[in-house]
Ligand binder design. Structure first.
Ligand SMILES: Cc1cc2nc3c(=O)[nH]c(=O)nc-3n(C[C@H](O)[C@H](O)[C@H](O)COP(=O)(O)OP(=O)(O)OC[C@H]3O[C@@H](n4cnc5c(N)ncnc54)[C@H](O)[C@@H]3O)c2cc1C
Length: 576
């Protein structure tokens, strides 16, 4: 075709459209995460994290993320001959992402150094996703390292991380049945993903999920009606038969689950595998998959237990504290996941506004856009600092202060960071204008981030439940004292922080009123975030955070920082 003909067919030249943000190293461009790593895990070798950052920012992984969200899981309840099969089919990209997550050590392997003897060897080196290997795990930063890796992976795709996160978290609760733990921990910590429907002993890697929520109650799990009937004893301890249902049951293709069910002694925690030790299929019926707002690549189901076989984990009647050992770790992941999504949204917004021109300048040069971007950058860094600080506490369980910080900061980080996520995503999306709202072609990651954001706030204990849990934590006098100690390094750094820190202990003591629990959770979160930023971020970030969030020089939306803010330093630091 001649040039002249082409000119006739073309109506215009495409101008001023930003390029997609691909093939960049997610850690190299994330100074906030690098600072948080230095602060919380000072001697950690981060080479494997840099390799993961490059992998997660690659076109290949972004393509898998798009495909796994476009071609969503399909339930096959029966085969064509009418036999019950209860299988979920996933796109190959889902399996590719699961493989990458397992090889990056995001599931049970962060616990491997603490497992002691009697376990099979540490997970073997993976070929796809290089990481530190056994020597890195021998450092005392297993959870902090894994937390950074989890955030980097979240930037690529968050929803496949649901079963990965549950497999990480179950390692805290499963020791409640030593025999099962001994048999299953090697598979749960192996850096291998094996989707085959096979008995646990024949698989290279295992995943686990959890089931608490029933139709009549999710937050108030005491309302659970699923019944457990004693059914003898075997090498895995007391065996039961379960009859009932779970209304939300994510990742139903996991190899096993921890679930709650009623016994005469009260609500108890049970281990329920999909394939029984004799090779037969357990009676877990997948009724439906949920049609969800976001989180599309992950299958979330409704199930029924029809005389399903299960084993007791922990003491009978103590099911809630037992399964909450797992819940604490998934709550950490909610905070980490939201922090990762915030960073991803911020990076895309910065990348876009650095290219797109309006009214004669690049958007990133427009003063009001600079205010929005700097405000988002501060929020993102504060979220990263707090969630990494929480992760660090799980690396030092022999330290009394760290134990208390783990108790205090779990509901704080889960409440505050996840609560900020949806507003953050909306504002970051708006930086892209109309293109931010469009799904098409994989550049629709902003839309995906936006749909994912509310989820971390809802599951694993919604906002009010976290604020109420904070009250429970603070009723232990030691926790309030630990908070004072945690804030002490930043004393004298900013007047507004000093005022807030001084007021918190008496507010904690007066706190008998649930009505103000969110307010208290917010203020504790802000005080801890400010103290962390003082210790790990440049003064421009710390001052802007305190001036806006603590001293009141701020509005009710992002982009309302005071004119004296050091916008240049903040934006330059945040550039991906
Ligand atoms: C995609 C998805 C996947 C999920 N996967 C799983 C899973 O795998 N396993 C599982 O067990 N669950 C799962 N859940 C369920 C989730 O954990 C629950 O939805 C959540 O805990 C809330 O329970 P609920 O839906 O019953 O709401 P409710 O308990 O009815 O709560 C509704 C609202 O009331 C508030 N509230 C409750 N009690 C109080 C109170 N005392 N004071 C003030 N406010 C209160 C809550 O904060 C919430 O905002 C999943 C949910 C989603 C959306």
């Amino acid at each position: 075709m001649s040039t002249t003909t082409l000119q006739y067919l073309s109506t215009h030249t495409v101008l001023n459209q930003a390029t997609p943000l691909v093939d960049h190293n997610l850690l190299a461009g994330n100074q906030a995460l690098q600072s948080a790593l230095k602060f919380n895990a000072p001697n950690l070798d981060t080479a494997s994290l840099h390799a993961l950052g490059a992998q997660m920012g690659s076109t290949e992984i972004q393509t898998h993320a798009r495909l796994a969200n476009v071609y969503t899981p399909v339930l096959h309840s029966h085969d064509r001959m009418g036999q019950r099969v209860d299988q979920v089919e996933f796109h190959p990209s889902y399996h590719a992402l699961m493989t990458a997550a397992a090889q990056a050590g995001l599931h049970g392997s962060a616990w491997a150094p603490t497992l002691g003897t009697g376990m099979s060897s540490l997970p073997p080196e993976g070929a796809l996703a290089p990481w530190g290997g056994p020597s890195a795990l021998k450092s005392s930063f297993g959870h902090a390292r894994r937390a950074a890796a989890f955030m980097l992976f979240t930037e690529a795709e968050p929803s496949i991380l649901c079963p990965i996160s549950m497999t990480y978290a179950v390692m805290a609760a499963l020791p409640g049945n030593a025999a099962i733990f001994k048999d299953w921990a090697p598979g749960l910590t192996a850096r291998a993903y094996d989707p085959a429907f096979k008995p646990f002993g024949k698989k290279a890697g295992l995943t686990m999920g959890m089931g608490m929520t029933e139709k009549q109650g999710g937050s108030d799990v005491r309302a659970n009606t699923t019944q457990a009937f004693p059914d003898g004893q075997d090498v895995w301890g007391q065996r039961y038969t379960l009859v009932g249902h779970k209304w939300f049951f994510s990742a139903p293709m996991c190899d096993a689950f921890l679930v709650l069910a009623q016994t005469p002694a009260g609500l108890s925690c049970f281990f329920i595998p999909r394939i029984l030790p004799d090779g037969s299929t357990n009676a877990i019926r997948i009724q439906r998959l949920k049609d969800k707002l976001g989180n599309k690549a992950n299958a979330s189901s409704e199930v029924e237990f029809l005389n399903a076989t299960a084993w007791l984990v922990g003491e009978e009647g103590r099911g809630v504290p037992q399964i909450l050992e797992m819940g604490t770790m998934t709550r950490l992941d909610c905070a980490l996941g939201t922090s990762g999504l915030m960073r991803q949204a911020l990076s895309i917004a910065l990348h876009h506004t650095a290219q797109r021109q309006a009214f004669g300048k690049r958007l990133i040069e427009q003063p009001l856009m600079r205010n929005v971007l700097a405000d988002l950058a501060i929020e993102s860094e504060a979220a990263c600092a707090l969630s990494m600080r929480l992760a660090r506490s799980f690396d030092h369980k022999d330290d009394a202060h760290e134990l208390l910080m783990g108790r205090l900061l779990t509901p704080i980080a889960k409440f505050w960071i996840c609560k900020r996520g949806a507003a953050f995503a909306q504002e970051a999306m708006e930086c892209l204008g109309g293109n931010g709202y469009v799904e098409e072609g994989g550049e629709g990651t902003m839309a995906r981030i936006y749909r994912e954001m509310p989820l971390n706030s809802i599951w694993e204990g919604a906002g009010n439940i976290m604020a109420l849990d904070l009250l429970r934590a603070l009723r232990k006098g030691d926790v309030a004292a630990a908070l004072v100690r945690e804030l002490a390094p930043a004393q004298g750094a900013h007047l507004a922080l000093d005022r807030l820190a001084a007021a918190l202990p008496s507010r904690v003591e007066l706190m008998a009123n649930e009505m103000e629990a969110r307010r208290l959770a917010q203020d504790v979160a802000l005080a801890v975030q400010a103290a962390l930023l003082y210790q790990s971020a440049p003064s421009a970030v710390f001052s802007a955070f305190c001036d806006s969030r603590l001293a009141g020089n701020w509005g009710h939306t992002f982009g309302t920082l005071g004119a004296a803010t050091d916008f240049d330093s903040i934006i330059e630091r945040a550039m991906p």
